[in-house]
Design a protein around this ligand. Structure first.
Ligand code: KDG
Ligand code: MG
Length: 402
């Protein structure tokens, strides 16, 4: 079997997605997600100008060798652009292998380790009251786990909270929009949200929160400590993680479980965090962390240190990433939870899929491969439109982490 075509498809059914389709001389094809929110075209160029030409004529069954050809062979290693491109190739190749084997991908990985996959979704509101209404809506839909974010008094807008009643979309402008951040106001307010959720919904609902990289380790330690009475499932990205040592400080001060990794693209980004047992959940997912092949290495390392998976699943990862992640979740022994920020009907129409949601849980479906395809004709109707992520400044104008 030989690869005859590797085509990059860019579309924007409500938001931008980059998809790689690899076709073989036997007619079997596979698809992979290559979307890097706000930097989509950089991955398109990396694939089209450098990687795709080298794929033609190769045996698509040699997934491991192809992975190393593009990782070691590039000389320049790691980084979100390169690793997202490699991930797309890897995902498409696993899709092909599973289709050739006539098996759903999870069977090829080793079979399922659970009956269904617990997901969490996002409840967001301008204030505590409207956030509680959202939580109630998702509990009603069957979700067992909900991430809560709310507006902070005195701050005009904040991460995770939509403007004007629309669905939350972070890449909101042609050029980066600017928001203002106050750590003090946030720290004084956010524990009140957790208290209100527990008060109204009791102890059984799994409660999550995303700090989105905005605190220093000692500030995160304070939030972790103050959150302890509300038994969070996790506190996510409480500090930026380039300095992996910083997390040890947070860890020493709190028993609140910690999650990190949606911006990681390599096992080396989380090696120290995992080995020092500074975290509880690793969030790197298929599209940004080198595909199934590399994510498997991360999950296996994590398992040795009691760290579970909790893959990133925002809407800027395409339904293809979601499908592949769900197969991985079905198999991976140290599964924790899967994020689910629902795609719109318009997006789901472009990506026909087999995964199913019921009562707070997903199953990946039994179709051969990862079970997600792209309708190219429909995709063509939605041309790319540049959309950038915002930047964040402190109240005195200093550029901060968004
Ligand atoms: O593109 C950035 C988003 O994927 C990110 O802001 C979402 O933090 C996020 C999450 O936890 O889903
Ligand atoms: Mg996050």
């Amino acid at each position: 079997m030989k690869i005859t075509e590797a085509k990059v498809i860019v579309c924007s059914p409500g938001r931008n997605f980059v998809t790689l389709k690899i076709t073989t001389d036997e007619g079997v094809y596979g698809v992979g997600d290559a979307t890097l929110n706000g930097r989509e075209k950089a991955v398109v160029s990396y694939l089209e100008d450098y990687l795709c030409p080298s794929l033609i004529g190769r045996d698509p069954q040699q997934i491991e060798d192809i992975w190393h050809f593009f990782y070691r062979g590039a000389y320049w290693r790691r980084g979100p652009v390169g690793m997202s491109a490699i991930a797309a190739i890897d995902t498409a190749l696993w899709d092909i292998k599973a289709k050739v084997a006539n098996m759903p991908l999870y069977q090829l990985l080793g079979g399922r380790s659970r009956d269904r996959i617990m997901v969490y979704t996002h409840a967001n509101g301008n204030d505590i009251e409207s956030t509680l209404e959202q939580v109630a809506k998702y509990v009603e839909k069957g979700y067992k786990a909900v991430r809560v974010q709310c507006g902070i008094p005195g701050i005009a807008s904040t991460y995770g909270v939509p403007k004007g009643g629309k669905a939350y979309e972070p890449a909101d402008a042609d050029l980066p929009s600017e928001s203002v951040w106050s750590t003090e106001k946030y720290l004084n307010h956010i524990p009140k949200l957790f208290a209100a959720v527990r008060e109204q919904f009791g102890d059984d609902l799994h409660l999550l929160h995303d700090v989105h990289h905005r605190l220093t380790p000692i500030e995160a330690a304070r939030l972790g400590k103050e959150s302890e009475p509300f038994h969070l499932f996790w506190l996510e990205d409480c500090v930026p993680a380039e300095n992996q040592e910083g997390w040890k400080l947070v860890r020493q001060h709190t028993t609140t479980p910690l999650a990190v990794g949606e911006v990681f693209n390599s096992i080396h980004d989380c090696r120290e965090l995992i080995q020092s047992q500074s975290i509880d959940y690793i969030r790197s997912t298929v599209v940004h962390a080198g595909g199934i092949t590399h994510l498997r290495r991360i999950a296996d390392l994590a398992a040795l240190y009691h760290v579970k998976t909790g893959f990133h699943g925002a809407t800027d990862l395409s339904p293809i990433c979601m499908g592949a992640a769900l197969h991985f979740d079905y198999w991976v022994p140290n599964f924790g939870i899967q994020e689910h920020m629902p795609h719109t009907e318009q997006m789901l129409e472009v990506f026909p899929h087999h995964f199913e949601f019921s009562d707070g849980f997903f199953t990946p479906g039994e179709a051969p491969g990862h079970g997600v395809d792209i309708d190219e004709k429909l995709a063509d109707k939605y041309p790319y439109k540049r959309a950038c992520l915002p930047v964040n400044r402190l109240e005195d104008g200093t550029l901060w982490h968004w």
